[in-house]
Design a protein around this ligand. Structure first.
Ligand code: NAI
Length: 675
């Protein structure tokens, strides 16, 4: 009895093999689904079919890929290799069936799903916005391992296939047709007919011959591989993202030899899969899923919101919500702020939506509302006025009388305790913080701030709202700096201290990037604005029991505020840094990277001890998605764990002896030992 696959045969003797994974909301190639597919193939051998169409019964798509969760359990390369070789044999059986096969694709067709489709003779994709095809494996530190690296090259040629696999980008059906990844596209209503017609005609399968023969030859491929490696190395480092380089090397060596390529794919992907980078990236993938799932604790699905304060944050939050389909009223006491916000929103819509009709529809959803008429209809009201306790309290006092009893009240404050803002409210339990990061359109994380008295329903509704606008919610306790700023600030302050000691800013930034941070701390401080950094640092300094470095005050005093004023730690012209590149690495203090990272790690341990977030996984998720902390290292707590608690603690002790109190280990380290 089949659970996941169902075979029907029609009057033309075409088999329709339906995939509907019984344990998952999306189709994934789990071990049991693969085994069942093998059993179906055994039966197919006995039926004399004229053709076979593989399709999905899930409304959301064809197949989302391999069972990534199971990959976390695989620890030995030999185990990974035997799994991969099993799938190779299975897909080879599909490829060598005595009749033509066709994958009928709708919705997403990703990773292993695309590899299965490529093993079929033909592919037809539904011509719709929701159809997306991709090899996202590189994002997990892998490359396609179910024969995809071989068959994609056969179907679309060496260069297009390498581009697809190296970028991990998804493409729409039209682009897929253009490069030959699918043979036809058809609207939903004609999809089935297109499939049966193609099977009846059974033309020779598409093969990309252009350039193919040339690149089958080793010397040309070697040359191109060399260029690809150079291009890739400009973007990422081999020790941070080995999969990209492994893929290029795999192709360079075996690209002209099919059987050698299957073998090399199995060996290389199993090495990658059991390596630390892929395991960390897979973990981060699940952390992201975890954050998403926090949005499902309530079925709150607001359609109408009101934002008060149309400055940098309020304006951008309003625009982002309108982009994501909500009706938004935006209030400010000054008309000029509203017109600026509308202008920025328009720019965002043009960039994201492209089509005139969609841009207009988004603009129509965003209403300037200086008098606050939208308040009484809003399901969520977000306050984002300037950071002043009394102004915010006065606003909430007035607001509570005007909103409906069900409205969720939220503040975007970055430093005022929730309990202080809730003081004037009759029902403070309905107030939460929704702490967005700047720039709103880029930063995925939103901290959902709560305290002891907060109604759990309000927290769940806050998280559901954050998901509704396609951001990642992280519940955090109302405490100074919440989670992200609290952990990031010591790392920035250490960078400033290093500058005071005479270490060039560019060396500091390079050390952080070498560790895997997306941007150096000095660059980041300049970008955020040194005045904002100073304000946050002054609020948080008592929490860290440290002083704010004089250098920071000095620069702000000289109006050197960073990127926005053209000068901060660096000089800028037309928004670009004009400083000279960093000096030789030999002039770098030997513990430079450690000093930066251990300030951050120690603060992470403190936050965990204080219960700012619920657990180490959520802390890692917050820091990876809120700061871009090297995802391939899995997050700060994972980084401590991977180096061994004792060893990391000893590194911190050494830093304390060398550099003083700012490295005093937090009491929370002792809890880690017990954990
Ligand atoms: P901003 O100064 O750019 O904007 C504040 C806006 O609020 C101004 O347009 C002002 O006219 C308006 N406003 C003030 N009082 C008002 C009132 N009673 N009614 C209606 N409008 C009023 O400030 P920004 O940077 O957007 O910050 C807003 C909030 O977001 C602050 O609480 C800040 O701490 C927080 N925040 C700021 C971040 C940043 O990077 N700028 C990041 C995360 C949070």
């Amino acid at each position: 009895m089949n659970r996941h696959w169902r075979l029907e045969t029609d009057s033309e003797r075409i088999g329709w093999l339906h995939f509907d994974h019984q344990a998952q909301p999306v189709n994934i190639l789990s071990q049991d689904a693969l085994e069942e597919l093998a059993a179906v193939l055994d039966r197919l051998d006995k039926l004399s079919l004229g053709g076979l169409i593989i399709l999905s019964d899930k409304a959301n798509g064809f197949i989302a890929g391999a069972d990534v969760k199971a990959f976390r359990e695989i620890t030995r390369p030999a185990e990974a290799e035997s799994h991969i070789r099993m799938v190779h044999r299975l897909f080879q059986r599909i490829e060598t069936l005595p009749f033509p096969t066709l994958a009928m694709i709708h919705g997403y067709c990703l990773g292993g799903g695309l590899e299965l489709a490529l093993a079929c003779t033909y592919r037809i994709a539904e011509d719709s916005e929701r159809t997306r095809l991709a090899f996202p494996e590189v994002r997990l530190g892998l490359f396609p391992g179910y024969g995809g690296s071989v068959r994609s090259i056969q179907r679309v040629g060496h260069l297009a296939a390498m581009q697809l696999m190296l970028s991990g980008r998804s493409i729409n059906p039209r682009s897929a047709l253009k490069i030959g990844l699918v043979d036809q596209i058809a609207p939903d209503r004609q999809l089935r007919a297109a499939c049966t017609t193609l099977l009846a005609k059974a033309p020779p399968p598409s093969q990309n011959r252009l350039l193919q023969r040339l690149l089958d030859q080793a010397p040309v491929r070697h040359l191109l591989a060399h260029m690809l490696k150079r291009q890739t190395a400009k973007k990422v480092r081999i020790d941070h993202y080995p999969a990209l380089f492994a893929l290029i090397e795999h192709w360079r060596r075996q690209g002209g030899n099919q059987s050698g390529m299957y073998d090399s794919e199995a060996r290389r992907v199993s090495q990658l899969l059991t390596g630390e980078t892929a395991q960390n990236l897979i973990r981060v993938f699940f952390l992201q899923e975890r954050l998403k799932s926090l949005g499902h604790l309530s079925d709150f699905k607001p359609n109408q919101i009101h934002v008060i304060g149309g400055g940098i944050m309020g304006g951008d939050i309003a625009a982002w919500c309108a982009l994501n389909g909500l009706r938004v009223s935006l209030q400010d006491r000054k008309a000029e702020y509203l017109s600026n916000a509308m202008h920025r929103a328009h720019q965002l819509f043009v960039y994201k939506l492209k089509s005139k009709r969609l841009i207009q529809a988004a603009m129509d959803r965003l209403m300037p509302d200086p008098k606050g008429y939208g308040i009484k209809h809003a399901e969520v009201v977000i306050e984002a006025i300037y950071e002043d306790v009394h102004a915010k309290q006065a606003l909430f006092r007035a607001l509570e009388r005007r909103v409906s009893p069900e409205t969720l009240l939220a503040t975007n404050t970055s430093s005022i305790p929730l309990e202080t803002l809730g003081e004037p409210l009759a029902e403070p339990q309905r107030l939460i913080g929704l702490h967005f990061f700047n720039p709103v359109a880029k930063m995925q994380l939103v901290e959902v701030v709560h305290n002891k008295g907060t109604d759990p329903l309000a927290i769940h509704q806050g998280a559901a709202f954050v998901r509704r606008i396609d951001r990642l919610p992280l519940p955090v306790k109302s405490s100074p700096g919440f989670l992200v700023n609290r952990i990031l600030m010591p790392y920035l302050l250490e960078a400033v201290e290093l500058i005071e000691e005479g270490v060039p800013a560019s060396l500091i930034d390079r050390a952080a990037k070498d560790f895997g941070m997306p941007m150096g701390p000095v660059e980041l401080a300049d970008k955020v604005g040194l005045d904002i950094c100073l304000a946050v640092a002054e609020k948080l300094a008592p929490v860290y029991h440290t002083q704010v470095p004089d250098k920071l005050r000095e620069l702000v005093g000289q109006n050197r505020l960073g990127l926005k004023s053209g000068r901060g730690f660096y000089h800028y012209a037309h928004g670009k840094k004009t400083d000279v590149p960093p000096p030789a690495r030999s002039s770098q203090p030997s513990d430079l990277t450690e000093r930066l990272i251990f300030r951050l790690l120690n603060e992470a341990v403190a936050c965990l001890r204080e219960g700012v977030v619920e657990n180490a996984d959520l802390l890692d998720a917050g820091i990876v998605f809120g700061t871009g902390f090297a995802p391939f290292r899995g997050g700060p707590m994972r980084y401590i764990e991977s180096g061994g608690w004792d060893a990391r603690r000893r590194q911190l002790d050494t830093l304390e002896q060398r550099h003083g109190d700012q490295f005093r280990p937090d009491a929370g380290w002792a809890n880690l030992r017990r954990a």
